[in-house]
Design a protein around this ligand. Sequence first.
Ligand code: CO
Length: 136
Amino acid sequence: MITALDHIAIAVPDLENSIKRFMDDFDLDYEGSEEVADAKTITAFFPVPATSIELVHPLNDEGPIAGFLEKKGGGLHHLCFRSDDIEADIGRLKAKGYQFLSDAPYPGAHNSRVIFIHPKSCDGVLIELNQPGDDH
Ligand code: CO
């Protein structure tokens, strides 16, 4: 079951600069940064009750965000729905014909398990499903 809008992600070409903007200019609480090797990204989270802004930047200049920045220079990247049973949600959506960007969930930030629905299954919007880890 989907339980919340977990975060909205913005791809950023200069992570330090964007962290400063959200911290100092917008006065949001900076939760910290994390390198997510499986996603080839480094992320920074700013919780805004009941969701978060996620800044997402390429790790080692490679991965899907590097390609996105090269094409678009930055911008709104994806919506993320929180799930309390990601396997059940994937199964239900696959049965309805939804396509996913990977065969199975993989590790995301905060020790979560994540999977992305193909944008062509959702009117051009990239949507992530995220089941939080036990420690979050
Ligand atoms: Co995300």
